[in-house]
Design a protein around this ligand. Structure first.
Ligand code: OAD
Length: 238
């Protein structure tokens, strides 16, 4: 059914969360092996943590960056990139800060929670090199605290990414929501801002699942691979 909707759609929009990257060996946040199972986000992922507990803040993002060293996009990322290239997908709104969609070749990627790869000074905003952050150095200009370009709890989402994601969601005939618990506002509102069909592709189901037009339970890589095969079948015959 989802494959048929996708074949007939003019605009397919994708919304992804951390479950999209677990098969690239990056933990998500709320599953049994997720970051927030052992760490309270308030202590590491807030503006308050950055200001008052910089060591903890720094250690957490250092660990996140280290986890990324060997991470590569998987087949699911590649399929989404291919779907964009052939004109099936118009964009991806992602809560992920890992850059894996872009690494796979997707171009229309709206990073709603920023990117962990860009480092800047919290005080003066000057950009800094990744290695300066790794070394725990201060800003070259003002000695302020260095931070990754991710959205912390208590910060606004990047306006441009949000506006563009919203525009594409509003135009979409089909929205695929992949690997997110839909617990974090405002990204969790995006699936309800379309007039198109909504498809939830996730490993486990939560209360919001029943509000989708279709639900596919499973791992992102496997589900996208199967869907890709079905598209080849159905789209060729339509
Ligand atoms: P979560 O960890 O909350 O949810 C990930 C979802 O993906 C869970 O429901 C898993 O069951 C599912 N999942 C895990 N592996 C999967 C796989 N291989 N295939 C399909 N589904 C899988 O992550 P997000 O919803 O992305 O924000 O979390 C949203 C935000 O909360 C993050 O961006 C981060 C976090 O706090 C900030 O730090 C601001």
């Amino acid at each position: 059914m989802a494959a048929r909707w996708i074949c007939r759609a003019r605009h397919v929009m994708v919304v992804t969360g951390a479950g999209m990257s677990t098969e690239s060996n990056l933990p998500d946040f709320r599953s049994k092996d997720g970051w927030w199972r052992n760490i309270d986000p308030v202590t590491v992922a807030t503006v308050e943590a950055l200001e008052k507990q910089y060591e903890l803040f720094h250690a957490f993002y250092q660990a996140r960056l280290e986890a990324l060293y060997e991470a590569e996009p998987h087949q699911g990322h590649n399929i989404l990139a291919k779907w964009e290239e052939v004109g099936v997908v118009s964009g991806i709104a992602t809560q992920n800060v890992d850059g894996l969609h872009t690494a796979a070749g997707s171009e229309q990627v709206h990073e709603l929670h920023g990117s962990i790869h860009s480092i800047r000074c919290y005080s003066c905003g000057q950009e800094a090199e990744l290695h300066a952050f790794h070394e725990g150095r201060g800003c070259d200009s003002c000695d302020g605290k260095l931070r990754p370009g991710v959205v912390l709890f208590g910060e606004m989402l990047p306006q441009k990414a949000w506006d563009e994601a919203l525009k594409q969601i509003e135009q979409a005939d089909v929205v695929l929501v992949i690997g997110t618990s839909l617990e974090v506002y405002p990204a969790n509102q995006l699936p309800w801002m379309t007039r198109g069909r909504t498809v939830y592709m996730n490993m486990e189901l939560n209360a919001d699942a029943s509000a989708f037009d279709a639900v596919i339970t499973g791992k992102a890589k496997e589900v996208l691979t199967k869907l890709d095969k079905k598209l080849e079948l159905y789209c060729a015959n339509n």
